[in-house]
Design a protein around this ligand. Sequence first.
Ligand code: C5P
Length: 320
Amino acid sequence: SKRIIAYKNRLIIRLRSVLHDESSVFRSKYDNPYNVNYKGLQKSINIPPHQLLCRLKESVPRINTITGNESAFKTTLIKKLVPHTPLFEENEHYNNCAIVSNAGALNGSNLGNFIDQHDLVLRFNHAPTQGFEKDVGSKTTIRILNSQVVSKKEFKFLKSKLYSNIKLLAWDPCNYTSTLDKWRDKPDFDIFTPYIKHRMAKPNTNFHILDPRVLWTLWDFLQSHTPVRIRRNPPSSGFLGLSLLLPHCRKVHMFEYIPSVRLTPRCHYFDNEVDTSCTFGVWHPLAAEKLITLALNEENEYVTFETGYVSIPGYKYLSC
Ligand code: C5P
């Protein structure tokens, strides 16, 4: 309908304007906390969605985790505690996968039943399902956790039931050209102590730490497919989640990552904080992520902007 097309056009204009603001405003060398030193080329994004997806697959075929065999970790407790089972087996495949963003726009979506019908459901951080089942469902297969959620007391990482008996992937950024040794000695937030404690307390939980160098491979992909310079900070966990699942799902549905007509200034569906930068980005290169995700989307306009999800085909049946 006309209303949906008009909304879509306004949204794209807004995402592009955030992108342009960032490229001009944050250019001082002091605004480069991760010492990003990008030397890559600018590639065209005026290519068919499946070609763009092939490029993402080529750049980031899988999301690596710390195995403990890296020289930085082989003499640490981490080495002994990394589960023998990988986060995903090479041949672990799901049919339909759901990525549930934490966006406020999920409120009133009524998407819970549909989300629960997926073979795998990915959630982020401390996002609750209890009390929000109607809109976000109740099934959780995997959580991606940032290093603040695992290390800050307020999140009760070791006590909360949210973090048991599912797959867990925790992440913390390293510098653009950092070695793992440097990152191990100086993470943004201490991810290692809570990891060790959690592994000892809950050995049956399939819990891994992201190899942080992957974040910059993803960032390079985003920058090389964006016509202006993007924020020199790691991608959001939303885009990390997409890259994590594409090798293992026939189809990935991402819920309210691209905001639907329910767009709200509220940050999260589970609290009342008002902050538009959660949706449009300040710290993460979120506008660039979302414009690229829209370019990968196979869903029609009604589903994307009225129902509230995008659909991206997994790598297994992609011919490049
Ligand atoms: O806020 P939080 O980081 O916990 O949210 C998890 C992910 O959900 C973000 O990394 C982002 O990709 C997505 N998100 C969003 N819009 C919001 C809130 C979250 O796209 N308003």
